[in-house]
Design a protein around this ligand. Sequence first.
Ligand code: PLP
Length: 501
Amino acid sequence: MAGSAQQGLEHSTPLLFEQGAPGRSGVSKAPIDVPRVDPAKALGKHARKSAAPLPELSEPEAFRHYVRLSQQNFAIDKGMYPLGSCTMKYNPKVNEWAARLPGFARLHPLAPQHTIQGALELMWRLERGLAEVCGMDRVSLHPAAGAQGEYAGLAMIRAYHKDQGRSPRKVLIPVTAHGTNPASCAANGLDAVPFPAGDDGVVHAEMVAPFIDDDVAAIMITNPNTVGLFERELKTIADMIHAKGGLVYGDGANLNALMGWARPGDLGVDVMQFNLHKTFTTPHGGGGPGCGPVGYKQILDPYAPVPVVEKREDGTFALDYASRPKSVGRLRSYHGNFGMMVRAYTYLREMGAEGLKRATELAVLNANYLRVALGETWHVAYDTTCMHEVVISDKHLKEAHVTTMDVAKRLIDFGFHPPTVYFPLVVKGAMLIEPTENETKATLDEFVDAMAQISREAFAEPDKVKAAPHLTRLRRLDETKAARHPVLRWQPEAETSEAAE
Ligand SMILES: *Cc1c(COP(=O)(O)O)cnc(C)c1O
């Protein structure tokens, strides 16, 4: 019952399992030229009693299904995606070309090392490039996401203290921090201790000082922070922490505002994660997995995850599993998410040092353009020069009873992905807007116009804003129900009765 293309967009798109017909197929198989094997004989009790109820589809049916679904989605390839902190920037297609080169794409993770010298060299060069950008001595490419990079970095900090016969438990985290920061502490058995930021949105040495004692394992700081402001006192605070034997973890998710201009390693940071899917243009997966390398200073090298790529004296490359007995160990299978490394390395080489610097400049310029232009209508939370993102709020809509959630939904009707909403928590009704370096002035102006119109509508026709989106196939969803009672698996009626037997 595959609908027409028209129906596919307007009505509920049937699942693949609900399409097709018995005997229909999308492949042409060569005739069998070996003796047929009876599955029951070959597999014994493990053989299925009946065929799996898989959909039987033609190639066009299968293809159209996925293309239709993709058209119902918003993507960075479709329009501006100003999702603050997530740095949704364009994924250059040359990255995809490189990652699909058969010599990279078809590698087997267990291939003998002398046959994968090119891949190892790429990993080694990517590590050097990232280390240079952030001012660290080494970088482990192992973690699969920013959050796992945080986990790895804190695990290394814990191993470092243990090696010195200490076991401090506290990690100081400003209230503006991303939720993954305290979660990474908890996963490491460390206690996240929140400390306040100033009314100006940034942390101050004198406000951190009362929290620093011998039980502080580390401070965890995002710079620029999640309200888009540069933490000017980071170096001073880092010195204070180091003086008490603690270490400094830098959340590197906002590196898009520093790249080429300032290096966390020079500001006192000992260990940090990169989010390759943010700063280095690899695609965001569902929720951001991929590759979250962790950069660190030499003092943490004995505890780095394994394997590590080393260059031997004869110029060849090798995976070193053995020479770090105090390593925090493996974080995931094999050597990390190699396809992401190829994409990030391609971006680094394509941009070069000057290109990265220019990208940062444009990202910061675009955010400040929006800050000033939106400021004509909207409440800007911190009205001072920002870095790569800016926070506005729904404060001026209070009388109209229109909220940030309504504004976000209405923006969808104008063809924009909503910004990050209700984060950071320190700003009531926050909208965290990050345009990135990719958007043209014309697109930024369209966004500002849409936001101005929504503000006018909020007072003139509040119901229109509160009922948005109007132009999407699905309107407002019951988000609580979706989270509490997710339907993740299609159950065929036939299989249910078979399972009951
Ligand atoms: C995105 C983000 C993270 C988590 O990174 P993931 O790659 O999504 O796991 C951590 N901190 C900040 C500030 C972020 O924006």
